[in-house]
Design a protein around this ligand. Structure first.
Ligand code: CAA
Length: 258
């Protein structure tokens, strides 16, 4: 498939999506969101791909939804089309683990897109923010919800009410990102991390993702029950038997992803 606004590559067992609208700091226009959906469909249908990385440029992961594109929308345009839900939720609904490798600006929808991913790896140049208030609107793709769960109410309120940006160091300290790495090694580190995940059993990593994600939506009791059932279900997998046998035999497991 060919894409206009992204570059799609496969690196061993990792699918890589590079947002590529440099003239607009990777602002997330509708066509770009459609491209991401297409690439994720492609990766999810490919059994050889077991982890995905989404990245941007040195200057910007993404500077938000495309303000120029939405400037003339009226209420009925956005309400009727459930604007910002369509297409965007494809990232959050991806079943394979997705890493956001963020350098430069991750603002508005860019920050929200990164937060839809499972792990955020930040370059030391990364800047996160929800500046929608400065253009007379509010976050519409999870900013008030996912940011609050990640960094707590007070900091999320401050960021959403002032539009202030958070640098990489503060983002790591606040729990928004997993790790900060030097900008020039961001992609290598992200691919290394994705490669590590891809080296394990695909159904098991999908179960990990599903279980951790459920912790956002369930009570502790429900979540613990969900986790236990998923744990039990791994005993139906060849890879679980192989993993434990390999441990006992002091050798590397040979996972078949089933
Ligand atoms: N939409 C459309 N175009 C954008 C854009 C966006 N979100 N962000 C940047 N651009 C464009 C600029 O208009 C500019 O284009 P031109 O050269 O044609 O004028 C180009 O990208 C480069 O940007 P700047 O010249 O502004 O670069 P800068 O280094 O001076 O500033 C910036 C960088 C601070 C990120 C600034 O561009 C900016 O504030 N961008 C908007 C950030 C923002 O408000 N994002 C939230 C959008 S709303 C949203 O995302 C809603 C939601 O919840 C989904």
């Amino acid at each position: 498939m060919s894409y206009e606004n992204i570059i799609v590559e496969v690196k061993d067992n990792v699918g890589l999506i590079t947002l590529n609208r440099p003239q607009a700091l990777n602002a997330l226009c509708a066509a770009l969101i459609t491209d991401i959906g297409g690439a994720l469909d492609q990766f999810e249908n490919d059994d050889n791909i077991r982890a995905i990385v989404i990245t941007g440029s040195e200057r910007a992961f993404a500077a938000g939804a495309d303000i120029k594109e939405m400037a003339d929308y009226d209420y009925m345009d956005v309400y009727k089309n459930d604007f910002i839900t369509k297409g965007w939720t494809r990232v959050a609904s991806c079943r394979k683990p997705v890493i956001a490798a963020v350098a430069g600006f991750a603002l508005g929808g860019g920050c929200e897109m990164a937060m839809m991913c499972d792990i955020i790896l930040a370059a030391d140049t990364a800047k996160f923010g929800q500046p929608e208030i400065t253009i007379g609107t509010i976050p519409g793709a999870g900013g008030t919800q996912r940011l609050t769960r990640a960094v707590g109410k007070s900091k999320a309120m401050e960021m959403c009410l002032t539009g202030r940006m958070m640098d990489a160091e503060e983002a790591e300290r606040s729990g928004l990102v997993a790790r900060v790495v030097p900008a020039d090694s961001l992609l290598d580190e992200a691919l290394k991390l994705a490669g590590k995940i891809a080296s394990f059993s695909a159904p098991v990593s999908m179960k990990v993702k599903e279980s951790v994600s459920k912790s956002y939506e369930m009570t502790l009791t429900e979540g613990l029950m969900f986790e236990r059932r998923e744990f039990h279900s791994t005993f139906a997998l060849d890879d679980r038997a192989e993993g434990m046998k390999a441990f006992a035999e002091k050798r590397k497991p040979d996972f078949k992803h089933r």
